[in-house]
Design a protein around this ligand. Structure first.
Ligand code: ADP
Ligand code: MG
Length: 350
């Protein structure tokens, strides 16, 4: 029976059954894990809740995100990767270990996995070592680090191994990363700490200024995802928003329109547009001409903001195309690298 099974299955698929290898997108907002042969096995917010003054994890992912801003003194819920830097090494490690455990349970103790981990490109050597250590302590035997834009470009299906320039713009929660890639290498890369979170914050500030109403970041994010747009024209949408009245201190509800949200986002969006322009200015001319032909590819959750591709195209004069499943580009790319490690060795972070 066992022989029959082995013969029926291609060799790699068979070994995948036992493999504990994983590709991880350790994003500032979301952590996504891919396991060869299984696909995406975990997709959770990069949030961890611990008992105060300890690293004892009470919850991670969605459950921990629901706790943000709502915890009693005895619990601390936070986003350890928030700004694209590892604000707290121990918390990042606890979170990573928790997620790896969710995926593999105790199996990892027997089959030591190889991991390819996508991290923000602006990460320092010290932070990078922190991620490597955390992964090893969580059971990884071999850890390979790849910068998010490189993984995103591979995941978006760009021809990164050819002598053709590709530009990827990855707008996440904490960072926006722009990279020009050719021959498995990054020619130019710029990372700024302005992305989805900053857009949420801009909505919070706008509502506070205009309505004397304090709303939470979670509420602002929902507003952004529901009626957020960078287009000043088009049908006007609106939604109810609840918060605390800053004058009377009582709960209050207002109706916010997409025109207002658009106004609140403009300044932050212009920072994102500027970083793309800087990258274009720094692209060698032969590669620039490739970009005219192939355009700019958008990845990351922030790229889902309505009208963004059109605006970037208008501002740069280049075609701008959203990647398929922008939230999954990094993990898909890391997965492709994991399955073809020798081929993509040069594309790993040095
Ligand atoms: P990271 O790689 O930093 O973890 P992600 O690529 O997972 O980030 O993207 C998360 C960001 O995308 C968050 O700021 C979230 O608010 C934003 N986002 C997700 N969906 C949408 C949407 N439909 N419109 C606008 N922003 C979105
Ligand atoms: Mg990302």
């Amino acid at each position: 029976m066992r022989n029959l099974l082995i013969r029926m299955m291609p060799a790699r698929k068979f070994f995948n059954l036992f493999s504990c290898d994983m590709a991880i997108d350790l994003g500032t907002a979301n952590t996504v894990v891919y396991v060869p042969g299984k696909g995406i096995v975990l997709n959770e917010p990069s949030v961890v809740a611990v008992k105060a003054n300890t690293n004892h994890v009470l919850a991670a992912g969605k459950r921990a995100k629901e706790m943000l801003g709502k915890t009693p003194e005895s619990i601390v819920a936070s986003r350890p990767m928030r700004d694209g830097v590892i604000a707290n090494f121990e918390l990042t490690e606890s979170m990573l270990r928790y997620f790896i455990n969710e995926v593999h349970g105790n199996r990892r103790m027997i089959f030591k996995p190889r991991m390819v981990i996508g991290v923000p490109s602006g990460i320092t050597q010290v932070e990078r070592r922190a991620v490597e250590d955390a992964s090893r302590q969580a059971g990884a035997q071999e850890v390979h680090i790849v910068s998010e834009p490189m993984a995103a470009a591979i995941g978006a299906g760009l021809p990164v191994h050819e002598p053709v320039g590709s530009m990827i713009v990855d707008i996440g929660g904490g960072t926006t990363e722009v990279a020009v890639i050719t021959l498995k290498g990054i020619v130019f890369c710029k990372s700024i700490r302005i992305a989805g979170d900053e857009l949420d914050q801009a909505i919070v500030s706008y509502v506070k200024r205009k309505y004397n109403l304090l709303i939470g970041e979670r509420t602002a994010e929902i507003v952004k995802m529901t009626i957020g747009t960078v287009l000043s024209e088009g049908p006007v949408e609106s939604m109810e928003v609840r918060g605390r009245d800053l004058v009377y201190g009582v709960p209050k509800t207002i109706r916010l329109t997409s025109v207002e949200v658009n106004e609140s986002l403009l300044e932050t969006i212009s920072n994102i547009v500027d970083v793309v322009k800087v990258a274009l200015e720094n692209t060698p001319p032969e590669l620039s001409s490739d970009l005219v032909e192939h355009g700019i590819i958008l990845a990351g959750g922030g790229s889902l903001l309505r009208g963004l591709a059109g605006l970037l195209s208008q501002e740069t004069g280049l075609p701008v195309k959203p990647a398929e499943e922008p939230l999954l580009c990094v993990v898909k790319g890391a997965g492709i690298m994991l399955e073809n490690l020798d081929f993509f060795r040069e594309a790993l972070m040095k």
